[in-house]
Design a protein around this ligand. Sequence first.
Ligand code: OAD
Length: 258
Amino acid sequence: MSAITDIAAVRAWLGEARRIAVLTGAGMSAESGVPTFRDAQTGLWAKFRPEELATEAAFRANPTRVWDWYASRRDLMKAVHPNAGHLALAQFQQRYPGRLTLITQNVDGLHQAAGSVDTLALHGNIGDDIWLDPCQGAPGRAGVCEVTRAQPGRPPACADCGNLLRPGVVWFGEMLPAVALAAAEDAAQTCDLMLVVGTSGAVWPAAGLAHTARHNGARVVVVNPEPSELDGVAHALLRATAASALPALLADEITDTR
Ligand code: OAD
């Protein structure tokens, strides 16, 4: 079990690490005001049934309901800002270029807003629209559905073929974006240290990245105020929030002992 619990020890590991991977989940953005999914009181999946909102079948059955739910989440995202944890990660990347790969399950765009580079968004981005199906074209001409020509509606539809726009997030049962997942797996295999921040570890394949890192010899550090399914993988557990632990870990110059 994970014995190390103090920031100074983990900072020494950061100094030794040539390659650092960071895997973040909803807890990363909790202090920005974005609800998590599995918190018993405030989590989205405590209030809503994921199978009615976060699957392709749910969207096809009731596109307006699903579109409106994501629209309300998009409105919330417009009003939130990166917290001190997001900023600490982005500033570390700027101070040590190429050393830290950021992998997130979050769709809120807050890492990108904080200035993080090359964020691997495994579950997509809630601000993006994508087409539900391949374009069928208009009668007599092959077409490509164009977002700029979408007919306003909930959801908007292709003017030619009726195809629907949907949010650009990964729903249950869907494949993760292949390029981002491959890059994340590579980072997990080659890192010397992985920080796992604010995730329950309940959703795969994202959670598997921590196992991959450990299996390949990396030190694994879990940052989470509550127990998670990845605690058993960790060499160190920091029972703290993202916005308090990450600045303490990353803000000052680390002693580089690579
Ligand atoms: P969860 O809601 O499952 O877990 C959030 C975790 O954050 C919990 O372990 C909390 O203890 C922790 N937490 C809460 N506040 C925190 C804070 N201030 N600092 C650090 N940690 C904190 O969210 P995820 O693990 O991200 O999928 O869930 C994974 C996926 O399940 C999501 O990406 C989403 C969801 O269905 C898709 O949207 C495809």
